[in-house]
Design a binder for this molecule. Structure first.
Ligand code: CS2
Length: 427
């Protein structure tokens, strides 16, 4: 019986791919929790089932999702994950392991010096990339591997990372494996006690692992499958020849604005996305950022942009989502490369995108100064840069280098340094 294997059983997968699959008639899913034992245990106790709360203007509706019939905790049992990747019944493998799960260097290729990669090579695979390379090397049948993370060219990037890992580990990949690019979109906050209580009150059933999401959901997948797949079109999924325009639109409008709101919003004392959006200065900043991003987007999506921007503004304004800025602020050194840096690289003048990067810099310096732990795979490097640099301009350049901003004009360096100094003074 054909099945899906999913790596990264967090809220996003459970609100997005699982929901679309359930509405497409449902294929069973083997769910791999990467490291969160509490989530794994909670889902085990509920036999993989959970409630999904969907917030629309009409209120909250709740659906029960019952597709995950096998669960694996990768941290404890990587060999079962590898066996499931190699299993001929697994026809589709999807992943939501966040930007850091890909172990990429600033050039977008697998970083062979990444600690997770080094440990996989010496002590056996535990990372998503390592387990995939080992599992796919054991496969004979075709498979389709779909990255569902916010990385530009996510399919190609994933395929290249797996091939680079295989080469380093002397593994041979012989099966026909496709890596379609995809664009995924559904705003899904982390579950809090308040969200859990609200969903339980709605259903009258206890649930240790519910998920809340918005009504909007979009999934666009490149038409590049190695074999059968669920009839996802039945659930609104678009299968298209080229995903890149949609992926760029989403990363440079939605995700770029999210990151700007997260850093500038937290610096301004806000907690939630809707609060930051209600701040007139930040709202104006979002519009300027979108104006800058717009000319960098492919012609095919240009006519959609006024409607897309208006819909985004509405989505960001929904107070009941209680979407925490701190959640978006995580892992900024990797997220900015995908969301803001391309706008700066492709636009002659992008002062608002530079200001968003400066807000990230002020945010990490502030976190360091106040002793708050920074959630970022580069946290140690960031702390070291801050400790070693006495001059703000030098620090500004070092932090910019970390997010992949290097070739800036004199004028852009001056803008970035001035914004960084101004935002740091405000603290
Ligand atoms: C957010 C995304 O946390 C973040 O970085 O920008 O998770 C965003 O909510 C999703 O991409 C929406 O589809």
């Amino acid at each position: 019986m054909p099945r899906i294997l999913h790596l990264g059983l967090g809220n996003f997968h459970r609100a997005h791919q699982a929901w679309h699959t359930a509405h497409a008639g449902g294929w069973p899913i083997t769910g791999v929790v990467m490291g969160n034992r509490a989530l794994f245990d909670a889902l085990q106790r509920q036999t993989g089932h959970y409630h999904l709360g969907i917030r629309s203007v009409g209120g909250l509706s709740v659906e029960r999702i019952a597709l995950h019939d096998r669960l694996i905790l990768a941290r404890d049992d990587p060999q079962s994950v590898i066996a499931a990747i190699a299993d001929p019944d697994t026809l589709i493998i999807t992943l939501t392991v966040t930007e850091k799960g890909y172990c990429l260097g600033p050039d977008g290729r697998l970083d062979l010096g990444n600690p997770a990669v080094l440990s996989d090579l010496s002590d056996g695979p535990r990372s998503a990339i390592g387990m995939l390379a080992h599992g796919l090397a054991q496969r004979e049948d075709p498979a389709t591997v779909i990255s569902c993370d916010n990385i530009s060219g996510n399919g190609r990037t994933l395929g290249a990372a797996i091939r680079d890992f295989a080469r380093a580990a002397a593994l041979e990949l012989t099966a026909s494996i496709r890596f379609p690019d995809t664009m995924v979109d559904r705003i899904t906050p982390a579950t809090t006690a308040a969200i859990q209580a609200e969903i339980e009150a709605e259903t009258g059933t206890p649930d240790e692992a519910p998920v809340l999401t918005e009504a909007f959901s979009e999934w666009i997948i490149e038409d590049d499958f190695a074999g059968p797949r669920p009839e996802w079109e039945r659930a609104g999924v678009e299968i298209v020849p080229d995903v890149a325009p949609y992926e760029k639109r989403k990363l440079r409008l939605l995700n770029a604005a999210h990151s700007y709101l997260a850093y500038a919003g937290l610096l301004a004392g806000h907690r939630y996305v809707h609060e930051a959006m209600a701040n007139p200065d930040l709202r104006a900043g979002v519009e300027r950022l979108w104006d800058e991003a717009q000319p960098t987007l492919p012609g095919v999506v240009r006519p959609t942009l006024p409607t897309y921007r208006a819909a985004l503004a509405d989505r960001f304004a929904v107070a009941e989502m209680r979407h925490e800025l701190a959640q978006i602020a995580c892992d900024g050194s990797l997220k900015l490369r995908e969301r803001l840096v391309p706008i700066i690289a492709e636009q002659a003048a992008a002062p608002q995108a530079l200001q968003a990067v400066a807000a990230w810099m002020a945010f990490v310096v502030n976190a360091h100064g106040s002793g708050q732990p920074l959630t970022d795979p580069n946290a140690e490097r960031i702390s070291k840069l801050i400790e070693d640099c006495s001059a703000p301009d030098v620090l500004c350049k070092s932090l910019a280098g970390l997010v992949g901003l290097a070739d800036l004009s004199e004028e852009d360096w001056a803008t970035l340094a001035a914004d960084f100094a101004r935002l740091s003074r405000q603290l």
